[in-house]
Design a protein around this ligand. Sequence first.
Ligand code: BEZ
Ligand code: FE
Length: 280
Amino acid sequence: MSGTRDPRLKEIVDALVEHCHAFLKQERLTDAEFEQGLAFLRAVGQACNERHNEVVLLADVLGFSTLVALLNSADASGRTPGALLGPFYRGGSPEYANGQCIACEDSTGAPLFVHARVLDTSGRPVPNATVDVWQASPVGLYENQDESQPEHNLRGRFRTAEDGAFNFRSVRPAGYPVPVDGPVGVLLAAQERHPYRPAHLHFAIFAEGHATLVSQVFADDSDHLDSDVVFGVNRRLVGKFEHHEAGSGPHSEQRDVYYTLDFDFILAEGTPTFPTPPIQ
Ligand code: BEZ
Ligand code: FE
């Protein structure tokens, strides 16, 4: 690479080749194993289309995405740690005013009221931040995986008020298995791993003068908190999904059991960046 002018590219590809050669020397792959590995990568690429991203899924189940997210966000500043973007982030979510509902009218499932604040590392509110929210349904499917949900259901974009707050209504998401009908599913089965994620909400928060936070909030009463197939959970990201009986609590007008989630997100100073949606 003596002719490579981009110094960062040179450094990255150099290190990648060095580590891959060390891996090949350590594992002494047979020709058949090497061919199998290449065929697997080919199948991962072939499984991708505009609505599905198997490459992101592979990075996720191998723990690469979580490691990158944590290396880029876990520090002593007190900011909220990041969590992987995942393969289901779409751009162009509908914009909502605070208090509105991101679930379509006939969505069944327990209502969930989210009240959140965006603060800086000194505890000051961050007004006018843009907050992208996306989540799976009460049966564990994102709208792009589920014919019965309208386009952009359970996805929305909010703006924080002067006090850094945003709030919305939704339905409680379920935990779900990551897609296992492609080569990544074959890998998980061969590894004898379960494919589940605990119930969670995704957030991407963009604010002037602050590093973008891409993260998730996990339901404290969910299964698989300690064995998330994509390693996204950590204690700071577990939120209390408070259970309320009908007619009681802060939304006593509710006729059924419902949940509330209060959560503070803490942003570090920095320059906003915008993740590329893995699907359209
Ligand atoms: C998600 O949380 O949307 C997700 C993350 C990794 C793999 C599959 C789904
Ligand atoms: Fe998710």
